[in-house]
Ligand binder design. Structure first.
Ligand code: ZN
Length: 162
């Protein structure tokens, strides 16, 4: 190891030049392309494993100690996600936390703030629909809501000047 370092120091310029020349050859290009691809996949795998670990920890925390939906008990990881108890999740994520993996990391780094729960997709949709129905009900009950105007008849159209 020591010998290699000494050799490198003594011949630094020569090695660098040869290396850069070799990189430009067809074989060199092919080698670096392959190395880059292999390394990229390996890095991605490590990163993905870390993100999955963080996701499970976050889902467990907001699932009251279990990696499962708090409503129905669904346990399949692909179905589970974090729900904002008071809504407004999209706006909050856009402005502060980011989406997907970044959101899970944000929750972990902020020591699991309150106001979230683990829900499966089905339960999220049900929650969303229930809220929507409430909103429609509220609109139809306000005095601002007006009945659509009566459709004009053919005789009216004929009587009106052109
Ligand atoms: Zn559920």
């Amino acid at each position: 190891m020591k010998y290699n370092q000494e050799y490198y120091q003594r011949n630094k310029e020569l090695i660098k030049r040869r290396s850069s020349e070799w990189r430009k050859t067809f074989k060199g290009k092919l080698y670096f392309q392959k190395y880059y691809q292999q390394n990229k996949t390996h890095k991605q795998e490590i990163q993905q494993a870390y993100h999955t670990k963080v996701k499970i920890a976050v889902l467990e925390h907001y699932g009251n100690g279990e990696c499962a939906c708090v409503e129905c008990g669904e346990k399949r990881l692909a179905c589970l996600s974090i729900d904002h108890l008071n809504g407004g999740g999209n706006k909050h994520r856009k402005e502060n936390t980011g989406y997907g993996n970044n959101f899970y990391l944000w929750l972990k780094r902020h020591s699991y703030p309150s106001g979230y729960q683990t829900l499966c997709m089905n339960c999220q949709y049900v929650k969303r629909e229930e809220k929507k129905e409430c909103k429609h009900y509220a609109i139809s009950q306000t005095p601002m809501f007006q009945e659509p105007k009566a459709v004009s008849t053919g005789s009216e159209r004929m009587a009106s000047p052109k």
